[in-house]
Design a protein around this ligand. Sequence first.
Ligand SMILES: [Zn+2]
Length: 275
Amino acid sequence: MNGNWLEYAGTIRLLCALTVLMVLIALELWWPRRGVASPPQRRLRNAGLAILSTALVRLLVPVTVVAFAAQVAAQGDGMLATIDLPTPINWVATIIGFDLAIYWQHRLMHRIPVLWRIHRVHHSDAWFDATLGLRFHPLEILISTIYKLGVIALLGPAPQAVAAYEILLVTFSLLTHADIAIPERWDSWARLVVVTPDWHRVHHSVREEETNSNYGNFLTLWDRVFLSRIEQPTAGHQRMVLGLPQFRSPRDQTIGALLLNPFTPQTRFSSSEDS
Ligand SMILES: [Zn+2]
């Protein structure tokens, strides 16, 4: 792997994301977990937010996370750069370190009121399918990108490992929101290590204590270690209600309303941690 490969990291990530999205949409049609039909424009709106987020980050952040990792590596900065680890261990340490950082980013998004206003756009969707993994306010993606640059400066990871985690991040963001019926036994084994759709659906429950649980993106380890794990929703997967009670009207779901949502008057938090 060389510098030229890294130039295409963004394109490779985009192609992976589109492929995973198409496969998941097909699986959702064939093996739906809940199979609840959503309004026709909803998926397009969720995809529209992803396009706007990408444009905002390209406009305001002059460097990609992978290119920044290459700069940091070239200077020999960061914790991992000071320890001469074998490449496979360096990669594993990067992926685990990043996943821990993303867990805390997500938890802080729920904990800090101004960040919750931005993150609640993701939670205001009353449906659960792969396109929910695209639905983030552009400010959340901007904050997340800057946060990841900080993590890279601190860690000094191998740029290839950062590119691999970026692919993992988008793949799991799509997969863990997918409405696909994974056999219960497979799910129970998989969730010992990684986040599954049933595990993450609990996080989108309308019940406050369930919204404030299961923050992990890739590994379930962090929710276990930091005591934020809820294994199953109280109402069951078929009957549980998703979304936020204060944003259920179709008027709240237009793309303009979603973009303005963080700036609208606060009625109440969904998060008990915020109250
Ligand atoms: Zn959340």
